[in-house]
Design a protein around this ligand. Sequence first.
Ligand code: CA
Length: 234
Amino acid sequence: MIPKSTILLIEDEENIRSFIATTLKNQNYKIITASSGTEGLHLCASLCPDLVLLDLGLPDMDGMTVIKKLREWNSTPIIVISARSHEQEKAKALDGGADDYITKPFGTVELLARIRTSLRHSSQLSAGIHSNAPVYRHGDLTVNFEKHLVTLSGAMVHLTQIEFKLLGLLARNSGKVLTYSYIMEKIWGPYVDNNNQILRVNMANIRRKIEKNPAAPEHVFTEIGIGYRMAESE
Ligand code: CA
């Protein structure tokens, strides 16, 4: 079998490194490992992996520095590995150029799903088809970008302009977490203050219109302390 994609894992904890390496090898990914930021940056430059898994707590440099250095010349998707309580750190990493994050401890299914989504997004981006998919579809919900039309079980959903912009942004990036500050800037511009109240109000309104039970959403999920993630388009 031909290996699927090459993944560079930058992680200093040996247990996690070997768990991830074994898991990914079993799935036929080609895996390269590094135990420090310096080593990781070197390997990324010399071996050009398709995706980077990056632990934020490294012995020689902050994971944020690794993201910053990588992004100076490279757009390979980066998935950050971080501890549960470090929401601010994760949001910072995403705003700094990481594509997604996974929280320790995580299971195989979650890890593989994150990797598949990031690889798909990056191959769509490089093929230039990212923004051209005409319709988002998930369960009973569709978002038609060109016609500015949202339907739920075939019935039209009336959204305000801002609500459509917001839902459209999430739908175009479905499967990916978008941070509060990223969304705020995309929808309300760079000079909006960083109080998320206006975003939360709009999201509550959208959920009332598209979710059967807004308290247990099926389409747009809250990533507490970080942002929102829309279910992957089918
Ligand atoms: Ca670590």
